[in-house]
Design a protein around this ligand. Sequence first.
Ligand code: CMP
Length: 136
Amino acid sequence: MSNIEQTLSIIKPDAVERNLQDKIKNEFKINGFEILQEKKIHISKEEAEKFYKVHESKPFYNDLCTYLSSGPIIVMKLQRSNAVLENRKLMGATNPEVAEEGTLRKKYGISIDKNSVHGSDSIENAEIELDFFFKD
Ligand code: CMP
């Protein structure tokens, strides 16, 4: 059954800094994702605040936005069947310490903040997040 979806993935500053982007992109490809669009950007703190607005009330919001704007990131439009869920499975739990073996965050994440990748958590948010970075 084909249920083709698109989702947003971000390779975060900790992973770009360690030059892990090719390894991570390859993981997406071997897991059936097509990278439809990608760009390397360095966003401002204000842009990070807009992107993570959903977390505005959280105690970690300020640090999170400082971190995402601390260095270059790679944003990607990914496509495959059930892309949102499949990407979340491939990433693993938010905290690398509890992420399952074989997941991106287990393999590459350093901490809950420096967890190497972001992925949209629902189809609705995927549309919003893709629009944020790839509005044509
Ligand atoms: P991400 O999937 O990009 O979405 C929000 C980010 O906040 C999350 O990954 C984590 O890197 C970061 N974060 C920091 N502290 C927490 C926390 N206690 N719970 C959830 N996310 C956190």
